[in-house]
Design a protein around this ligand. Structure first.
Ligand code: PSZ
Length: 499
């Protein structure tokens, strides 16, 4: 059954969109793919979610809230860029588990690594890495993580998930801030006692500066710097920490240079103002956190000028600049780390990762390394089994030149999106992207949601973000042929809206 499904030939015809013709893969043309067993095209038999998904939803609903569940997946039969559901539908997946599948489902390289005898103990046993690491732990860290460390950063800490990585990065900044305040002296007995009770001086009044529309995770420290939807924040107490405006730019960025420069200057001034204001409130800022491209908040970009300016401000105040690359990291922008696009004078102080990196964690500069044991710590502090797969992913990226692939496919996708917004100006706007990390806005949220649903019924799965945006978060192994399948479906859905 699975083999039959995977060999299904494309049934999508070549459609002219008036501006440009996209050829979809057909029996006569070899479909480009990184995994030979990937299907050639979507196959849809039922509505999505189908009857089996509905049944499973009812069953799961007796145990927990299922309001967010879209459909149930058959991970056994999902392959490459295609996600199979439990009703036998196969979708081109441009959202990939909220941006967290680097190579595709059941990639043969990962399956091979899974089956290797020498990996067995690492896959079965999950150690408390901070206290009982396996003998090969530092070589695994070097081969997988350090081989792709952002230039200038040579320290790394693994963690379980994105929020956990952000949370512990914040702690690293607070520890470093207080160490400097003490001028190299050890903490006083009073500090050691008062921190346990949750009072000053051991629990100091410190803050982290973040940005409007930023998203950094749902644990309490990460949530304190998250400013997206009410559903993330309602009912939770948060500290009074400073938040500055993230630039609200016009796209394409290079056509609005003057306006965008003025907007970025305004935001940078706001950052300086907030730093002073919180210093005056006796709640100084210990670090700045920002996403290279705000993702949950709506795929909001800023230019190199903004990030360079932010780094200058952080340096002037002698506080770290922490980049949350949980979603942007691992190649999707066409560089391994999104911040490599900006030509920063110096490396950022901290770079958090998770999602496509398969393990959470953060890279950091020497001066942020805690001096005492057990300061940045928990039971697992990561998972060595993820390092086996990450090493394969990193090797694949290098061997198959996937960053170049992302650039090529991404520029093709973006030009397709430009064409579509020219063709449907009342519906679509603000096509934008770096690599395949692309997005486009709709005239309103209802239209966006309707289009996402109709695309899914045609076997193309995408995600939303912000108020009225769809975002592309495909694997790094996406080819132009996949983009053609999307563009054909997109054109037909949007064309249908108009009539
Ligand atoms: O609804 C949610 O909780 C979602 S939807 C997408 C995310 C979370 N992204 C996670 C994320 C992120 O995009 C950035 C930039 N930083 C931190 C996080 C948190 O990562 P996790 O979800 O692994 O805790």
């Amino acid at each position: 059954m699975a083999a039959l499904l995977w060999s299904t030939k494309s049934c999508v015809s070549i459609i002219s969109r008036g501006l440009r013709t996209y050829g979809t893969p057909s029996a006569s043309k070899a479909v480009m793919k990184s995994d030979p067993l990937e299907p050639d095209a979507p196959v849809v038999h039922t509505a999505i979610p189908g009857p089996r998904s509905q049944e499973l939803l009812t069953e799961l609903g007796t145990i927990q809230n299922t309001g967010a569940v879209q459909f149930f997946v058959d991970y056994e039969r999902s392959r490459g860029n295609y996600l199979a559901d439990v009703d036998g539908n196969v979708m081109l997946d441009l959202f990939t588990q909220i941006s967290s599948v680097p190579l595709g489902y059941n990639h043969p390289r990962l399956v091979k690594a899974l089956l290797k005898e020498e990996n067995r103990a690492t896959l079965i046993n999950r150690p408390a890495l901070g206290v009982f690491p396996p003998g090969d732990w530092s070589s695994r860290l070097r081969n997988a993580l350090l081989s792709v460390a952002p230039p200038g950063l040579n320290q790394v800490q693994t963690m379980a998930c994105g929020a956990c990585s952000v949370e512990h990065s914040q702690k690293a900044m607070f520890i470093a801030y207080q160490r400097r305040q003490r001028g190299g002296q050890p903490p006083s007995p009073e500090e050691l006692q008062s921190c346990v009770e949750g009072h000053a001086p051991g629990s100091p009044n410190l803050s982290v500066l973040s940005f409007t529309n930023g998203f950094h995770g749902r644990t309490m420290g990460a949530l304190a710097v998250t400013h997206t939807k009410w559903v993330h924040k309602l009912d939770f107490p948060v500290p009074d920490w400073p938040c500055a405006s993230f630039p609200n730019l016009q796209y394409p960025l290079d056509q609005f240079h003057r306006e965008n420069r003025a907007e970025e200057d305004r935001c940078l001034d706001e950052v300086k103002e907030r730093l002073h204001a919180w210093e005056k409130k006796n709640c100084p800022v210990a670090g700045i956190i920002v996403e290279p491209i705000q993702s949950e908040g709506g795929d909001n970009h800023a230019t190199s000028y903004f990030f360079q300016g932010l780094q200058d401000i952080a340096n002037d105040h002698e506080i770290p600049l922490m980049l949350d690359e949980v979603q942007t990291g691992c190649g999707a922008t066409g560089k391994f780390w999104a911040h490599e696009h900006w030509d920063l004078k110096d490396a950022p102080d901290i770079v958090c990762f998770s999602k496509k990196m398969l393990t959470g964690g953060f890279f950091y500069k020497d001066h942020l390394r805690p001096q005492e044991a057990h300061r940045i710590f928990n039971t697992w502090v990561g998972d060595p089994s993820k390092m086996i797969f990450l090493e394969e992913v990193v090797n694949m990226i290098k061997e198959e030149g996937l960053l170049q692939r992302v650039k090529d496919t991404g520029s093709y996708l973006l030009s397709g999106l430009y064409d579509m917004q020219t063709k449907y100006p009342g519906i679509l706007s603000k096509a934008r992207g770096l690599g395949t990390y692309c997005a486009i806005d709709f005239k309103d949220a209802d239209t966006r949601d309707k289009v996402l649903n109709e695309l899914r019924q045609k076997g193309v799965h995408l995600g939303s973000c912000g108020n009225c945006t769809i975002r592309f978060r495909p694997t790094l192994a996406l080819f132009r042929d996949h983009v053609d399948i999307f563009l054909d479906a997109f054109n037909s859905v949007i064309g249908g809206l108009k009539s």
